[in-house]
Design a protein around this ligand. Structure first.
Ligand SMILES: C[S@@+](CC[C@H](N)C(=O)[O-])C[C@H]1O[C@@H](n2cnc3c(N)ncnc32)[C@H](O)[C@@H]1O
Length: 312
């Protein structure tokens, strides 16, 4: 096992061993997170601050760390205690195998959304290679960038209403050398710059949480993640889906597909809206937790099976 500069291997009796820090995470955060989550946060911090893997921890846990690193770790614990998500503290997260910059202006990408990206990649690779893709409500740029990385021949446009979120997405596209066209667009308004184009794939993970679901949400989401990215308007919770479907009637190319991430509670309303707008070929797909999380709408004849699909 290699030795690290920031580990003083001889000072086993010193106060702050890795093991002690692990223990401190568990002690200080146990009222906020379940133990399993605290462990995974601890290992994220270990990797980020000390460049240590889980395995290396096992071999070095009784060694004390470089005292210079302690203040940073203490600050992280204090911010975690205030419910701040670890991704915002470290300004970094992982999505589809890529490392993304994040801050409080952009939603932290979720695992379900990785599944959405995987379905699109599979769909494009099966059908065609050179596609025009539109990501509506791009946030950190996670979907757009992951798609461009895996489908380099595609042309990807990504839009968001939030200037600050777009700054995050643009920063990520520069960091990852990913050529994407970003535009500030309010999808609820008509006559924005997108109305001149056609797309083969339209993907969106729009705000879909209902205000009635707030009571079940963790403080780290409610107090830190952007409200505009999370919540659907009470008076018309499917408005984003409605407007995107209307837009897609004209701007989705023949044989193109819409990929939506959805709130399972809104599934029927979205399907009814799509049907009423003439979209008849729909599939609902469950996520890895068995929740009806995605709706895929095809502008072609014949339903193909995509993932764990349920025909509608
Ligand atoms: C649930 S977040 C999704 C972010 C990212 N695509 C992801 O999957 O992690 C929804 C995004 O939609 C954006 N948004 C909200 N209202 C919008 C509107 N009227 N037009 C365009 N984007 C909007 C928010 O700023 C936010 O970035």
């Amino acid at each position: 096992m290699c030795q690290r500069n920031h580990i003083k291997l001889i000072s086993k009796t010193k106060k702050y061993t890795l093991h002690k820090i692990h223990h401190e995470f568990l002690e200080k955060l146990r009222d906020i997170y379940p133990e399993r989550e605290i462990k995974s946060i601890f290992f994220i911090v270990l990797k980020s601050v000390l460049n240590f893997s889980n395995i290396e921890y096992i071999f070095h846990k009784h060694e004390s760390i470089d005292a210079n690193k302690l203040p940073e770790i203490k600050t992280i614990i204090n911010r975690l205690k205030k419910n701040e998500p670890i991704q915002y503290i470290l300004r970094q997260t992982e999505f589809c195998g890529i490392s993304l910059f994040v801050n409080k202006h952009a939603l932290i990408p979720r695992q379900e959304t990785e599944e959405l990206v995987e379905m699109i990649i599979k769909d494009v690779q099966e059908k065609r290679n050179r596609v025009n893709i539109l990501d509506i409500g791009t946030g950190s740029g996670c979907i757009a960038i992951a798609l461009k990385k895996k489908l380099p021949k595609s042309h990807v446009t990504a839009v968001d209403i939030s200037r600050q979120a777009l700054k995050v997405a643009i920063k990520n596209s520069h960091l990852l050398k990913s050529r994407i066209l970003f535009k500030r667009v309010d999808i609820l308004k008509k006559n924005h710059p997108l109305y001149k184009q056609k797309f083969h794939i339209i993907v969106s993970n729009p705000p879909y949480v209902l205000s009635s679901q707030k009571k079940d949400m963790h403080k780290n989401v409610l107090e830190y993640e952007p409200e505009k990215a999370l919540f659907a308007p009470d008076k018309d919770p499917i408005i984003f889906y409605h407007k995107i479907l209307e837009f897609s009637k004209k701007h989705l190319a023949t044989e193109g597909s819409i990929f939506f991430e959805i709130n399972p509670m809104l599934k029927n309303e979205i399907i009814d809206k799509a049907n009423s707008l003439g979209f008849k070929q729909l599939r609902v797909v469950k996520d890895m937790n068995g929740k009806e999380r995605f709706i895929i709408i095809l502008k072609e004849k014949g339903n193909r099976v995509l993932g764990r699909g349920i025909g509608v």
